[in-house]
Design a protein around this ligand. Structure first.
Ligand SMILES: [Zn+2]
Length: 385
């Protein structure tokens, strides 16, 4: 049994000067420092947070998860794991249905491997039922109208694999699709949409529960037209995804969200492109050129493709730039996304019984020093270990 002691174990009720023990792949006990076993590894002032859960991620380490190749999916998962993301919802984009079937098979194959089983939390289909008016970096030519038969083909690839679908609720047939997805236990998210507030309210009533990258891929809030963004913020049952890399959303809008909604409703996501985690420069990935600056851009058109961030950066920015405390930052990088996708019974917090997915952070720089996944140290080292 491993025991870890730290002055700042970030539990749901706040930082604890305490210890935790790990038995097998689970957290066995969490308690005050006075009860720590003598064998406990002393992390000193290092901060211990729950492994990050990223519910919206397209790639990293130079690989897209959408290539259909298992080696690329593994490379992206490995890159994000090194920076503390112990659970990822693999996000696919709008493609022809046959191609999506192939991509789903590739994800299923990786998820079946022991090494990745606990790391892959399912697939997020970001499309193809999206609005051409709010396409963002999504390829409009592959957009489709809601189509239950083709969705069933995707759901049939592997039971439970498709965890979430982002759709534009104003499209004809969207409501029937929401009904089908909900009856299959799939989380419905609204995004890449020109929906009015009224259309969004109706879709949330119908069973949607998540706003996909709030502020991006939707109309801005206007005095008489709050739109999908306003309807999402105003609904206490909706989880709000934020790409808080300093490029996608103005800082004021992020602070406004936290004034309106607690960390329990906000999920930081990376929406990461293949180049996430790579230093600034130009990269060739699958015969397209991507420029990395403060985000990922198409090197030819300069169009914003996605973020280059990791969840560790999201955590650090939450504390440094947006003034969240450690418990709030841990909630929005782990607990809230875990709850939004229905895996909160196993992860998202440092509590007895949870999967032992942990990140050790330097107390001043908040950079990742070590990562524990399912009870094993998978990156970095623990002191004297
Ligand atoms: Zn995305």
């Amino acid at each position: 049994m491993i025991a870890l002691r730290s002055r700042a174990i970030v539990t749901p009720s706040g930082p604890l000067d305490g210890y935790l023990t790990i038995a097998g792949d689970r957290i066995h006990r969490v308690g005050p420092a006075s009860d720590a076993p003598a064998s406990a590894i002393d992390l000193g002032t290092r901060v211990l947070v729950p492994g990050f859960v990223d519910m919206h991620n397209h790639g990293g380490g130079g690989a897209w998860v959408t290539s259909g190749r298992t080696c690329d999916i593994r490379r992206a998962l490995d890159a994000h794991l090194t920076s503390g993301t112990t659970g990822i919802v693999v996000s696919l984009m709008s493609r022809p249905f046959d191609e999506l079937v192939d991509q789903l098979h590739a994800v299923a194959e990786v998820a079946s491997l022991d090494e990745y089983n606990d790391r892959v939390l399912g697939v997020h289909l970001e499309g193809p039922f999206l609005s051409p008016e709010r396409s963002g970096a999504q390829p409009k030519r592959h957009f489709a109208m809601p189509d239950v038969a083709n969705v069933r083909r995707l759901l049939d690839v592997a039971p439970g694999l498709v965890r979430m679908v982002t759709l534009a609720p104003e499209l004809a047939g969207a409501w029937e699709l929401i009904d089908v997805l909900r009856s299959e236990g799939v989380v419905v998210a609204l995004g890449h949409s020109a929906a009015s507030a009224e259309e969004a309210v109706a879709a949330y009533r119908r069973g949607a529960t998540v706003a996909t990258h709030l502020w991006n891929g939707m109309a801005p809030i206007q005095s008489r037209a709050p739109g999908l963004a306003g309807a999402s913020i105003a609904n206490p049952n909706v989880v709000l995804e934020l790409v808080a890399d300093g490029v996608h959303i103005h800082e004021t809008n992020i602070r406004m969200v936290f004034d309106a909604a607690s960390a329990d409703r906000v999920a930081f996501v990376t929406d990461a492109a293949a180049v996430a985690g790579l230093p600034a420069g130009e990269y060739e990935v699958h015969s397209s050129r991507i420029a990395v600056r403060d985000a990922a851009f198409d090197a030819e058109t300069d169009e914003l493709l996605g973020s280059t961030m990791t969840m560790a950066v999201a955590f650090r920015r939450a504390v440094r730039e947006y003034g969240l405390d450690l418990a709030q930052a841990a909630t929005s990088t782990s607990s809230t996304p875990a709850r939004a996708i229905g895996v909160r019974s196993d992860r998202g917090a440092i509590e007895a019984g949870m999967l032992a997915d942990l990140v050790v952070l330097d107390s001043s720089s908040l950079t990742v020093e070590a990562v524990v996944a399912s009870g094993d140290v998978v990156s970095g080292t623990l002191p004297n270990h």
